[in-house]
Design a protein around this ligand. Sequence first.
Ligand code: EPU
Length: 419
Amino acid sequence: MDKLQIQGGAALEGEVRISGAKNATLPILAGALLADGPVIVANVPHLKDVTTTVELLGGMGATVTIDERMRIEVDPTTVRDFSAPYELVKTMRASILVLGPLVARYGRADVSLPGGCAIGARPVNIHVAGLQALGADITIDGGYIRARAGRLRGARLVLDTVTVTGTENLMMAAALAQGETVIENAAREPEVVDLANFLIAMGAKIRGAGTDKIVVEGVERLSGTTYEVLPDRIESGTYLVAGAITGGHVRIKNTRPDHLDAVLVKLHEAGAEIGVGENWVELNMHGRRPRAIDVRTAPYPAFPTDMQAQFAALNTVAEGVGTIIETIFENRFMHMLEMRRLGAEIRLEGNTAIIHGVQRLKAAPVMATDLRASASLVLAGLVAQGRTEVERIYHIDRGYEAIEEKLSQLGAQIKRVPN
Ligand code: EPU
């Protein structure tokens, strides 16, 4: 198993190109199952989760091809098997995204129930209840969600909690249902909007994506299309924090600044000078130490839970005391304990982390526990004195394309070595 070795100290400087969004690519690839012809998805990031999704679709019989520019073609007309096996779901919870499309298009799905997760319980009850309300017959049997249905019927769905993949699953299912579906308390994340735009390109009738009320007028069929995935806002935010934490000057290209509002406000509070263009963001710390900031995670457009760990890293070396409140997942503080091993001063009280910035972190071996936690440990390593080793980086490969190459481009001393 590989690990990352980071020699801390360099202020990052330069430009980095942002990849396509993981959390838009995964639902879009699953959504390809709804089409009655081939779908081509462009700007796909080269990530383990994408490979897992391709494996999942391939296992169902879909014909999947990937070209050298990471354009993925999914031809769903050859699908013969309507299941997502435990072996894949246990490695990637987002596999649940095939549930809605399979039920809507083929009238059956056997999808392994995702188990617990390193960041929280993450149940899928809202996905299941929503599909039942659309007319699917669902039982849980042998660890699998077994769904059977004729053509789904539109319904008014009021989601208990704002859920990103729940909204996506139900929007995909409703796209082929008979009649109108209204999803109230829908997630407003840009990735939900990207999926809606993809479905619309296939012929779906959807309005309101990006608001908390999505209205879907079901159609009888959806056709193949070509679609380009939006840039990854979490990868964007992570490189901006890398610039800020090191007192550096970075420019991220091929991004969507309008998706980064909450993150940019916090970086500005931390003392960064920020410049924004149509598809780029520039951050300059002028060599200064960041100021501690307070963060409270909440659904979009508020501050994203997927950026919480990176800002915790920033606070560890900031001037002053910053608090991080996590409201989405109940166990998303594992990185705090690892950062303590680097000398960070962090007190945990329930879902709040109180971080006293220290002048300097000191290198140590640390272990990644989930995707964003790994990113935060890499960021901490960039400012720790000495050589930090981040182990279990398979987590990072699930969501960050070529992170060591991109950071090296910015002047970081980082390399991947076998363990
Ligand atoms: N929830 C329920 N019941 C459900 C579904 C969700 O109670 O049926 C709860 C969850 O337990 C959680 C809250 O609702 O407390 C919100 O979770 P959500 O369903 O929105 O999360 P998700 O859809 O499973 C996606 C991203 C996550 C990101 C969250 C929150 C994808 C593939 N995953 O997960 O991304 O953290 O939304 O924004 O889109 C990551 O990329 O590292 C990652 C974890």
